[in-house]
Ligand binder design. Structure first.
Ligand SMILES: [Zn+2]
Ligand SMILES: [Zn+2]
Length: 549
């Protein structure tokens, strides 16, 4: 199959040629940046997934490529997110790594929010080189760049001012907005209180000594800036790192890619101040979700996290939800009944790939989703339909022995030996039923027969039930029950069980199925596919509900 010509293939080719032109002989670098200031949600995953797909495409082409994840863990805590105690308000203004861990199991606040993302990246096969900005800043790695930026503060201030005046509304949260008449691109973390409620009052270009005051009353300096904790303003810090890390490709959310945004400002600063070029870049659109649940870990903070999604979606499928969309298209990840359709689409694509009938673009997306340059991602060895597994999990309330019995009956031709063969999909289905299916839509099997309805059965209904109860044991399998259930209205019409369907027949089948749902389930005239439902209930239970006594 010819190589795909899509955004991944084109960007990867660009990264290879641009990387070679800019930094000859070096491994090209793709970059992601994440601020661990709260739960990292599914939208942020696009910040990782996009460079991953590009870097991995380069590697698939046989060349090395580096994917760095810059943790913006030296950023100030701006506000306390939902789910974190209000008492953390006293740490606002401190670097994220200087705030205690909310749960007590991590080194600090930043690590608390990094860990779940690391776990998700591992499951998704996304390998990154992590760079902690705290480590970079506190080790002195950026001292030359900081001194350079401070000496060129007037030039930097002029660039920022030019773009700032174009904005209609000043951003109250924008740390780049100067507090003092003279602009300094470096903001110290106060040596006394640890917060960045500081104003630089002087910088000596020759001695590189800095003086600042803090809202807590501290007056510090002049001291060598190399000995002062602090960081460059975001819009200066970003282009500094493009140059420092030799970044060839870095996308960002659409809000950073609009005119006057961080990219525009960064492009000027990296060229004028830091001696580099703006990376190959584009903006990517929003990732939203629908049909969430109060039981999601991220929900207290609003959006679901990658781990929430991985509870419901196999890793390859989640990758596919990102890789099949062009960056400028938004993505909605549904946690409601849509999940079944998503799995069915994925299975249909897998089928087309196996048969060799997938279109080129679909094939490329499938390969990128289900494998990395290191090889295939672990999947479900026997991927039974998600809706079937959801029914099984629902009807059995997750009972392992019962689930294995049903799954065996469902696969009578080549029986599943162990539930591990249907994992992780079975676990995904079970989590979905438990957390996202509304109680009213769950399958509730009758405990006792509906004697009122049974007493009111018509002659024809009674006859149909007799045909089912007497015949179901002859071929107690998915195929056998399917033939029998659809065949009973045919037999009643005096036709052979193999008769071709007609409109008349399908009407009779629908009425017949509704009767069965009513007799088997509580308050429902629809439910899991009837052959699956019967297998799940077992012959004794079916007989006790349909023909008691
Ligand atoms: Zn923690
Ligand atoms: Zn202070």
């Amino acid at each position: 199959m010819a190589a795909a010509d899509d955004w991944v293939a084109r960007t990867a080719a660009q990264v290879q040629t641009e990387g070679e032109r800019r930094y000859p002989g070096e491994v090209p670098t793709c970059a992601s940046g994440i601020s661990p200031s709260g739960p990292v949600h599914l939208g942020n995953l696009r910040e990782l997934m996009t460079p991953h797909l590009i870097a991995d495409e380069v590697r698939r082409n046989g060349a090395p490529c580096r994917h760095i994840l810059s943790w913006d863990d030296y950023d100030r805590l701006r506000r306390v997110p939902a789910g974190v105690p209000d008492s953390f308000n006293e740490y606002v203004g401190r670097p994220l790594t200087g705030v205690p861990d909310p749960c007590g199991e991590h080194e600090n606040y930043a690590e608390h929010f990094k860990d779940p993302l690391r776990e998700a990246l591992d499951l998704l096969g996304i390998q990154v080189t992590e760079i902690s900005q705290t480590e970079m800043y506190t080790s002195g790695a950026y001292t030359d760049q900081i001194v350079l930026a401070m000496r060129r503060r007037a030039d930097i201030g002029a660039v920022l001012a030019r773009y700032r005046t174009r904005r209609a509304e000043p951003d109250a949260d924008d740390e780049d907005d100067p507090k003092a008449a003279v602009y300094y691109p470096f903001r110290p973390y106060c040596a006394t209180c640890g917060r960045d409620d500081t104003i630089v009052t002087a910088f000596d270009d020759d001695t590189t000594e800095i003086t600042y005051i803090c809202g807590c009353g501290a007056v510090v300096g002049p001291v060598p800036i190399a000995e002062v904790a602090g960081k460059l303003a975001w819009k200066v810090d970003w282009p500094m790192r493009w140059a420092y890390e030799h970044v060839t490709f870095e996308p960002a959310g659409n809000d950073h890619a609009s005119p006057g945004s961080s990219f525009t400002v960064g492009e000027e600063l990296v060229k004028k101040i830091f001696g580099g070029e703006i990376p190959v870049h584009f903006g990517y659109a929003f990732v939203g979700s629908s049909g969430g649940s109060s039981k999601m870990s991220g929900s207290r903070g609003g959006a679901p996290t990658p781990l929430d999604a991985l509870e419901i979606f196999e890793p390859a499928l989640l990758r596919w939800l990102y890789d099949r969309r062009r960056p400028e298209k938004s993505i909605t990840i549904a946690f409601n009944a849509e999940v079944i359709r998503t799995y069915d689409e994925w299975d249909a694509l897998s089928q087309r790939v196996a048969e060799g009938t997938a279109e080129q673009g679909d094939y490329a997306n499938y390969v990128r989703a289900s494998s990395t340059s290191d090889g295939p991602l672990p999947g479900t060895p026997r991927p039974l339909r998600f809706s079937t597994l959801a029914s099984v999990a629902d009807i059995t309330a997750g009972d392992q022995t019962q689930m294995l019995r049903i799954v065996r009956d469902l696969t009578a031709d080549d029986p599943v030996d162990s539930l591990d063969e249907v994992r992780p999909r079975l676990d995904c289905a079970q989590a979905w039923v438990t957390k996202y299916v509304p109680p009213a839509d769950r399958t509730r099997v009758r405990e006792a027969p509906d004697t009122t309805r049974l007493a009111a059965l018509t002659e024809s209904e009674r006859d149909a039930i007799k045909l089912l109860v007497n015949g179901m044991g002859d071929d107690w399998s998915l195929a056998g029950l399917t033939t029998l259930l659809y065949g009973i209205p045919k037999l009643q019409a005096g036709l052979p069980i193999t008769a071709k369907p007609t409109r008349e027949l399908s009407k009779a089948q629908r009425t017949w199925f509704i009767l069965l749902y009513e007799l088997l389930l509580v308050g429902q005239d629809t439910g899991p596919r009837l052959p699956t439902l019967l297998l799940a209930l077992g012959q004794d239970k079916v007989r006790s509900l349909l023909a008691p006594g």
